[in-house]
Design a protein around this ligand. Structure first.
Ligand code: HEM
Length: 516
């Protein structure tokens, strides 16, 4: 079940249907001077009708982020539409995006129902923003610490060993990448990593895939909430997957609670959360906000799991797609590695010595943002975006695709170019302000540091050990993404040829493993 998008049409009757005040130039008593025409008027709006909202104007065979970018030409950087009964505001430029995410981040920190269906009882059971950030970032977090580096290197090594065993037969790398990334998250959350074929691990992989496959399709229920009362196969599968996840999380949680005995030993994220819960109970800080319940803790781990696997795996897949399209990019990264003298495997400390690989990762995150519409935000109070009024409850979609392909901000935005044209100015971390692959502000990705570390280590290990090539006679993988929860590349197979000289160095590398 999917929403279809179609040709542009007609003029605006949405404001009338929404019952929003029109752009009246006068105040109530007519005594005060006219308001400025730019003073908080409603954003330009697509036509809409009762019940179906703007659906008729949204039929298109293009993916929503591409279609929303096309609408920008007609309606401007900020416009609104109706999805069923919901007022949705689409933001297409970094100027307005930063107002939503940074300047008014707290006001736009709400999330819609579909995001919340992934919680145990469909309510937003998680911490308030500040509380969650506090727990994640200060106590343990998904940061790029030595703690996280160890499982990443271990998984990169195991993945490369599996690829070496393929004997240059073309393989779909997706399952191995997913396994590797899932194991990193499992290690961080539960201190467990799994062997291939472990039934618990397989069910964990399955439920993650099930959630990714169905959440995208479930979007229609989000638009028309009354559809929930009808039998809905996708919703059934989604609920089943969520319940498998809940059982796994509960088991892990029980095990940790039993074995958790000391505040001084912190093995993983669950330990850190348990410690935060205990300390909030001891200090009775629950009176200052929402207390930490078992559900909060479980859902926080669920969030990390749900958000941390598919995203990172997808960026790795896109990186490989672009590496086989542009083999010279892989060669330049390898030349950097050779120049920096890494006879051993790359380590995190090599990041500064491999600027071309870092630029390649940045460019992949720009050209194919994994979350091209971010996650929808909801205004928790009446507010504004630029000169436009925004009512409490409005959903705000930041079209990252528009930001990352904005002709005003990027030279040849549709061209993959990790080289000169994307070079950063001295003192600048990114080549343009119109670049937010991890979002920004209170709802910024909690795993940004971990994700960047994983991308660097997995890719540098792969490129260090293998040359990636398409099987002879096969077309290059498509650069068109499949839009869903994340923007996925289509399936493809590659040959992973061991690089000449790798085997000769192997003995030294095995010795080095302990130093991860
Ligand atoms: C390359 C990989 C990743 C990318 C590109 C990415 C990107 C994003 C984006 C764009 C958002 C939404 C921001 C918004 O709605 O304003 C997000 C949210 C989130 N990400 Fe990531 N992410 C990645 C990896 C991870 C990892 C590894 C974790 C954790 C282990 C993680 C945890 C989260 C969480 C918990 C949220 C929700 C934040 C909130 O709602 O407050 N992400 N991510």
């Amino acid at each position: 079940m999917a929403v279809s998008y179609g040709p542009l049409s007609g003029t605006n009757c949405a404001e009338r249907n929404r019952g929003l005040p029109g752009p009246s130039l006068f105040n109530n008593n007519n005594k005060k001077p006219e308001r400025e025409p730019t003073d908080e008027r409603n954003p330009p709006s697509l036509p809409s009708w009762p019940i179906i909202g703007s659906l008729l104007s949204l039929r298109s065979d293009r993916a929503p982020h591409v279609f929303f970018q096309e609408l920008q030409e007609k309606y401007g950087d900020v416009y609104s539409l109706m999805m069923g009964s919901h007022n949705v505001i689409i933001v297409n430029s970094h100027h307005y995006a930063k107002e939503v995410l940074l300047k008014k981040g707290k006001t736009f920190a709400g999330r819609p129902r579909t995001v919340n269906i992934l919680t145990r009882d469909g309510k937003d059971n998680r911490f308030s923003c500040s509380r969650r950030l506090c727990v994640h970032r200060t106590n343990h977090g998904c940061n790029g610490s030595a703690f996280s580096r160890v499982p990443v290197c271990r998984e990169a090594s195991a993945m490369c060993d599996v690829l070496e065993g393929t004997q240059s037969v073309a393989v779909d790398l997706a399952p191995e990448l997913t396994r590797a990334v899932t194991n990193v998250v499992c290690s961080l959350c539960f201190s467990s990593s799994y062997k291939r074929g472990d039934p618990e691990f397989e069910s964990m992989l399955q439920y993650s895939q099930g959630i990714v496959d169905t959440v995208a399709k479930d979007s229609l229920v989000d638009i028309f909430p009354w559809l929930q009362i009808f039998p809905n196969e996708d919703l059934r599968i989604l609920k089943e997957c969520v319940s498998v996840r809940d059982k796994l999380l509960e088991t892990k949680y029980r095990e940790h609670k039993v074995s958790y005995y000391s505040d001084s030993v912190q093995r993983d994220l669950l330990d850190a959360l348990l410690r935060a819960k205990r300390s909030s109970e001891n200090n009775n800080t629950s009176t200052q906000g929402v207390g930490l319940t078992d559900d909060h803790l479980l859902m926080t781990v669920g969030d990390i799991f749900g958000a941390g696997v598919e995203t990172t795996t997808t960026v790795l897949k896109w990186s490989i797609v672009y590496l086989v399209h542009y083999p010279e990019v892989g060669t330049s990264s390898c030349t950097d590695m050779e120049m920096s003298g890494t006879g051993r495997h790359p380590q995190l400390s090599d990041r500064g010595n491999l600027p071309y690989l870092a630029a390649t990762i940045r460019e992949v995150l720009r050209i194919r943002p994994v979350s091209p519409l971010l996650i929808p935000h909801v205004a928790v109070a009446d507010t504004s975006i630029g000169e436009y009024a925004v009512k409490k409850g409005a959903r705000v979609i930041v079209n990252l695709w528009s930001l990352h392909h904005d002709q005003r901000e990027w030279k040849n935005p549709d061209l993959f170019d990790p080289g000169e044209s994307r070079k950063t100015e001295p003192g600048c971390a990114v080549p343009s302000a119109s670049y937010l692959p991890f979002g920004a502000g209170v709802r910024v990705c909690l795993g940004e540091a971990l994700a960047k570390m994983e991308l660097f280590l997995f890719l540098s290990w792969l490129l260090h050990r293998f040359t990636l090539e398409m099987p002879a006679g096969q077309p290059l993988p498509s650069l068109d993404g499949k839009f869903g929860v994340v923007l996925q590349p289509q399936k493809f197979k590659v040959h992973a040829h061991p690089r000449p000289g790798w085997k000769a160095k192997r003995g030294g590398v095995i010795e080095n493993r302990d130093s991860f």
